[in-house]
Design a protein around this ligand. Sequence first.
Ligand SMILES: *Cc1c(COP(=O)(O)O)cnc(C)c1O
Length: 359
Amino acid sequence: MSRQDTWKSETIAIALGRGEHLAGAPLNVPIIPASNFRLGGKRRYTRDDGQPGWEALEEIAGALEGGHAVSFASGMAAVTAVFESSAWEAVVLPAHCYAGVRALARERQSNGRCKAVYVDTSDASAVFEACSRGALLWLESPSNPLLEVADLPQLIAGAHARGAKVAVDNTFATPLIQKPLSMGADYVVHSATKYLSGHSDVMLGILVVGDEQLLHQARLHRVHTGSIPGALEAYLAVRGIRTLPLRFAKAQANAAILAQRLRKHAAVERTRYPEFGAIISFDVRAGAQAADDACAAIALIVHATSLGGLETSMERRGNLPGEEHLPPGLIRLSVGCEDVDDLWNDLQQALDVAAERRG
Ligand SMILES: *Cc1c(COP(=O)(O)O)cnc(C)c1O
């Protein structure tokens, strides 16, 4: 066993993806804006053969998840790579999951490419009933934005027993919390736009698989669709992923404290927090308008749609197309790494504004 096989996530994130250890070489793989390489070497053309920046990122992300990683232009590009990796008879997906994935499944169904079957992932027998040979079971746990937690080992084993393949969107949990490949999943997908990059300045996706055959297929999909990450994006994602364990530990500690305080605030009807991770969704008792007022009243916390950044952000999700089914007052809070009391003071004054609207 090489030393690397025993390394923990904190070490992997810092030590891997540094290129060849040659005397005089830079510690970090530089940004290489090349489409073309001199013939006779390992690479000829970037879309076909990749480039060192992608490889650095894939080495780290693959080691963190315990598989082989392929980087894509965005999280949705990685999702699409899984949807298109086979002529799935059906895609079985949570009725509550990332809206972009639900929209993709709906579009593919309306194009006649595959059937989309929506399930409640807390009901294992309903999930298994929908799974058959040739189906893809899509899981997202915790889910965006309701933070529903699925029993991954049970669902994966049951789906496999019925001949289905399983993909897990691990964007919210990150490999620091759970490694779906080790639970038997066939595909793991990340919107690396979120925690893995972590600074709200990159769009990038990662697909991780456990075997060489699926790796080959995923790379070929990237060659054919051209959904490649940019050189700068790959560099920034490596730069971000190095501090993922540090950022995530701080964000989780902050989230645990904020969830506790939110539960006690009179303006909050319900706090959804699975006791891990750094996303909290909470329902403002007085509804949509009061939640919008709270979002308008925050001063430190950023009013923005994405998540997983160093900075804490929040938004009322019901404002988004495709999310009308959510409780109208639901705010998704992506907890970052600021001082927790500064965050709470800001949140509290914004919620007090919301509480004034209580009728
Ligand atoms: C953001 C997100 C995606 C899509 O990723 P992009 O990088 O925006 O394409 C997929 N799944 C989840 C859970 C997300 O939060």
